[in-house]
Design a protein around this ligand. Sequence first.
Ligand SMILES: Cc1cc2nc3c(=O)[nH]c(=O)nc-3n(C[C@H](O)[C@H](O)[C@H](O)COP(=O)(O)OP(=O)(O)OC[C@H]3O[C@@H](n4cnc5c(N)ncnc54)[C@H](O)[C@@H]3O)c2cc1C
Length: 399
Amino acid sequence: MDQVLIVGGGPVGFTVALILAKRGIPFTLLEGGDKIFDDPRAGTIHPPTLEMFATIGVVDTMLERGITVPNYQYRDRKTGVVADFDLGAIAADTPYPFRLMLEQHNLCYILRDMLKDLGQHEALMEHRVVAVEQDAAGVTAHVESPAGKKTFRGSHIIGCDGGRSQVRKSMNVDFEGFTYPERFLVLSTRHDFRQAGYAYTNYIADPDEWCALFKVPGPDNKGMWRAVFAAAASAPPEVIFEEASVQDRLRRFLDKGSPYEVVHRNLYDVHQRVATRYRDGRMLIAGDAAHINNPLGGMGMNFGLHDAFNLTDKLARVLLDGASDDLFDLYDRQRRTVAQEYLQRQTIENKKNIELKDEAQRAAFHAELRGIAADPVKLRAYLLRVAMIEGVRRAASIV
Ligand SMILES: Cc1cc2nc3c(=O)[nH]c(=O)nc-3n(C[C@H](O)[C@H](O)[C@H](O)COP(=O)(O)OP(=O)(O)OC[C@H]3O[C@@H](n4cnc5c(N)ncnc54)[C@H](O)[C@@H]3O)c2cc1C
């Protein structure tokens, strides 16, 4: 069997790799960086993603290394807790009725380590794909590496190479949507916000300075809190990162009477975009290469992981069982439809709601959330949507 080429060693690329290795499908993974990126990005893993990882024997290690979050809070910055959402309300719908906090690089380390024991593959770091071509028999990736220029040949190529995907650009599809004018600032601190009554996940609404606050395991597994804020488009990073400005921002959020120890400061551009096609012949895209969104709700990586499970199932049917490659069009229909209908809509709404400026609209939204949290039927329906179960079911219903 010809090998498959996987481009990108992020969470989606390593998930595709592990599934292919377990199915006995040979592949080469090409990653441009010299190591797995460990900047603070995804930390939240939703129930259906855990269910999928259970099917390939990864979930137990994830649960051991992550922090289980049975409830999360929606707050108003001035008045406090608006609603406390207990994921126990979806216990009949999933064996994992909680969020798991586990940083995306830790997930990558788990996947990479499991891959080591399986044969018929190579995972090459410092191999940057600069162009991709296809013909009737296969695909060719042109790569730059420390040893010079190389080419790799495969039956198919899966672009898991992030928002600036070279594979997507080689497919010549558009990446439609928009970029927000402001950026998102992530500050990491070891200060324990639990003492002040916060859950392990909190969304804190405010018309002027909203915040999202999470606890992740951190480098020593002793816990690290990440606070996410919007940062003005016009300010240069060095001004946004200034110690006094960072301390002021955290003090305005919660004045603990002494300076915070700020371990990391990171700034991200934020976009809402979906590729116009996920398939072009033998070239396919998944994860951020196919869709990007703002991180409120913790959905982008999860959604990309769902792509990975969906696509590799179809790839295995094509390569191992001789099924028609029309299945790749079904992948495109299923995953692109839910990216537009569900991922984009939900994350755009999450951002709009957390920064609502109109007093009456804000009060109405908060009353709606209180009503949802207090009514088990409404709560279940709401959690099925925000815990990403509805999106997976909707994709499966598309034929
Ligand atoms: C602040 C922040 C918080 C977030 N929080 C969450 C969250 O809680 N939950 C969630 O689900 N999502 C979250 N996300 C989104 C999440 O980080 C992304 O969706 C996720 O990283 C996508 O994974 P990926 O594997 O598709 O792409 P990436 O993680 O971007 O990985 C792509 C890989 O491809 C490599 N690459 C790129 N180009 C090439 C090339 N030409 N050749 C070879 N290799 C290449 C890159 O080096 C990289 O390693 C967050 C994002 C941000 C910015």
